[in-house]
Ligand binder design. Structure first.
Ligand code: ADP
Ligand code: MG
Length: 202
């Protein structure tokens, strides 16, 4: 197997994606790899601007379709300005959330728009990660962790337990649909235990 260069972390809110992205980037850097750590939504100046436009807190500002277009535009900019240049320079790119999050969130909230999400991805993004770690865990524990988190930068959205359960099943379905790309990781352990399992994959 060739070394994966574009690696994403996915999973429900509070599952430890940001924690594990950081730990994995640290681990690869300690091994001498040139690594960039990026995240979505956002990840490039233009995509961060679009993120601010979308996350207004006003549910009537954008239609569901326009919101998907804006997120696709943001991802396109992130890909053009951050991800592709880093890959072209031979770096490993670790991305904290990517297209799978859009698929699962839009699938859970607006299932009827899932086809639009997939078509836009093919048309405007056209790139899947080489490797995706999907952190799976008990939604109740993830919710507690998320609510305990203080940082405003990585804000936590409390959609409630039932919704977290729906999202969890969306991520599990993706993992099963793409077994060559996705690795399921049990997130109900200490950060160090999870990190060492993830590190063992490269
Ligand atoms: P995500 O990015 O998936 O929403 P975070 O990595 O931000 O999740 O983790 C959510 C909160 O839980 C943070 O406060 C983090 O320090 C804590 N945390 C992360 N991983 C673990 C773990 N394995 N066990 C206990 N707490 C954790
Ligand atoms: Mg996070």
């Amino acid at each position: 197997m060739t070394t994966p260069k574009f690696i994403t972390f996915e999973g429900i809110d509070g599952s430890g994606k940001s924690t594990q992205s950081r730990l994995f980037a640290d681990h690869l850097r300690a091994q001498g790899h040139d690594v960039i750590l990026t995240r979505e939504p956002g990840g490039s100046p233009g995509a961060e601007e679009i993120r601010q436009l979308v996350l207004t807190g006003d549910p009537d500002r954008w239609s569901a379709e326009t919101e998907i277009l804006l997120f696709t535009a943001a991802r396109r900019d992130h890909l053009e300005k951050t991800i592709q240049p880093a890959l072209a320079a031979g770096k490993i790119v670790i991305c904290d959330r990517f297209a799978d999050s859009t698929r699962v969130y839009q699938g859970a909230t607006r299932g009827d728009l899932r086809t639009m999400v997939d078509s836009l991805h093919v048309l405007m993004i056209g790139r899947e990660p080489d490797l995706t770690f999907i952190i799976d865990m008990d939604p109740a524990t993830a919710l507690e962790r998320g609510l305990a988190r203080k940082s405003g930068e990585d804000r936590f959205e409390d959609f409630g337990l039932g919704f977290q359960e729906t999202l969890r099943h969306g991520f599990l379905a993706l993992a099963h649909a793409h077994p060559n790309r996705c690795v399921l990781v049990d997130g109900n352990r200490t950060p160090e235990q999870i990190a060492s399992e993830i590190a063992a994959h490269l």
